[in-house]
Design a protein around this ligand. Structure first.
Ligand code: A2H
Length: 257
């Protein structure tokens, strides 16, 4: 971690019907307000490849209303940070609508910006850190070794799915999507390193750390988008443009911590 604040792009993943019980609000001031699970990412240029959303089943999350009347779901720590970054009506204040556990929103159906999948599902990831970002992570298994490992665990282990009431249709149809070509790593770099390092599961912390180090800088300096409106351009040249496209269309916001 460097000095000074880290900038994240917060991806707004819109909840679609049927809503989970805990996110059904009947109060007049909340009814029909859009609800988003918000995921902190360093890689806005990979959003074409989103296949699911991750939450930690045992972590606590809050829902709170922004000054633009959107409702965000994230960790309370992130809500507090956002309240100091102009997201809420009063600086430093945020009104919690409800508290919930990650397990309460598993299986929730979402609409994720730019994703080639129209609908994605909220699934369990056990390596989510409570003190980073929003506690919600968007999953891009083509380019993130952590995401590929966690998705593969769910695919390989029916008992893991059953434990959290995750149905086959929420997991099995979703495959990593080729979106970025990297010399020596092909167009599914996370899958390449996962296989090379013989990673067994999302608990293989040391190998996953090595996997991330192997691909991260290489993706930035040598990766080329092979889909979307910036097709043919280098990651380092389009990262900012894609972040701007997402924030201009209000599908994402910038967040610091
Ligand atoms: B990244 P840094 Cl394609 N716990 O987004 C665990 N991981 C978290 C998290 C949390 N609370 N909050 C965010 N993250 C993940 C995309 C991506 C990411 C790709 C490739 C690499 C990558 C899709 N997932 O991150 O510690 C988010 O996953 C590699 C590090 O602040 C976020 O970006 O550097 C990244 O970790 C932020 O991690």
């Amino acid at each position: 971690e460097g000095v000074g604040p880290q900038e994240y792009t917060l991806i707004k993943m819109k909840l679609v019907q049927p809503y989970p019980e805990k996110l059904k609000f009947t109060k007049k001031s909340l009814k029909n307000k859009p609800v988003f699970l918000v995921a902190a990412t360093l890689r806005p240029e990979t959003m074409y490849g989103q296949t699911n959303c991750w939450v930690h089943p045992d972590l606590e999350y809050v829902a709170f209303k922004l000054k633009d009347e959107n409702i965000f779901v994230c960790s309370e720590r992130a809500a507090k940070n956002m309240s100091y970054q102009g997201f809420t009506t009063k600086n430093g204040e945020y009104e919690i609508i409800t508290k919930l556990k990650g397990q309460d929103i598993l299986g929730a159906k979402l609409n994720a910006p730019l994703s080639f999948n129209d609908i994605i599902y909220t699934l369990p990831m056990l390596s989510i850190k409570p003190d980073k970002g929003t506690g919600v992570v968007t999953s891009v298994p083509s380019d993130s070794p952590d995401d590929y490992a966690a998705l593969t665990d769910l695919k390989k282990k029916p008992a893991f799915r059953e434990k959290y009431y995750i149905t086959d249709e929420m997991v099995l149809p979703f495959e990593p999507i080729p979106i970025i070509e990297i010399p020596d790593f092909g167009n599914l770099c996370a899958v390449t390193v996962y296989n090379e390092l013989k990673i067994q599961s999302q608990n293989d912390k040391d190998k996953l750390q090595i996997a991330k180090e192997k691909v991260y800088l290489k993706a930035f300096y040598e990766g080329v988008l092979i889909v979307g409106e910036f097709k043919g351009q280098k990651v380092q040249d389009v990262k900012k443009a894609l972040q701007k496209k997402l924030t201009d269309s209000k599908e994402a916001v910038i967040y610091y911590e």
